[in-house]
Design a protein. Structure first.
Length: 163
């Protein structure tokens, strides 16, 4: 086979490979932009999963919903909202006002055990637990896993925040 023919075949093969890579990247890019959950889309997502979401906030684009999840110890109200940037879906649990007996050091140590969930205290003094889901490729299975994770974290750490 001549040198020129080998170069042409190699060029065609490389061109085809680059075309497949471009097509794949285009599809991945399209998927990443079309599979985000909007704030208004949270309720239908949760309803489709068999939950009964209650509205906590109804301002357009800032909708927030709550679902009561029952475990062995508690009924845990999990709130769902899309971050202002749209990049995350936050699941939060309000554990009530910060108590004077609360040991912040113990909660910070517990953050290591429950990560990616986290304890924090709001500007209004409420103790919260939260977990964030990157808002792309969101599936009911992913949401369910995160619900179960944050509920387990709340329940298993109750000795630190209840009382």
């Amino acid at each position: 086979m001549g040198t020129m023919r080998r170069i042409t075949l190699a060029s065609l093969a490389l061109s085809g490979l680059l075309g497949v890579m471009t097509l794949t990247a285009g599809r991945a890019g399209a998927q990443a932009t079309t599979d985000k959950v909007t704030a208004a889309g949270l309720a239908p997502l949760l309803t489709g999963m068999g939950y009964d979401p209650k509205p906590l906030g109804t301002e357009a684009g800032k909708e927030k919903f709550e679902v009561a999840i029952v475990d062995e110890k508690f009924t845990i109200p999990v709130a769902f909202e899309v971050s202002p940037s749209g990049r995350y879906i936050w699941l939060t649990v309000n554990l009530g006002p910060e108590k004077p007996t609360l040991k912040a050091r113990d909660l910070l140590k517990q953050n290591f055990e429950i990560q990616p969930s986290q304890f924090y205290i709001t500007g209004k003094g409420n103790l919260m637990v939260a977990i964030g889901i990157e808002n792309r490729g969101v599936t009911p299975a992913l949401v369910k896993w995160n619900i179960e994770k944050v509920v387990k974290d709340v329940s298993s750490s109750s000795e630190l925040w209840s009382g």
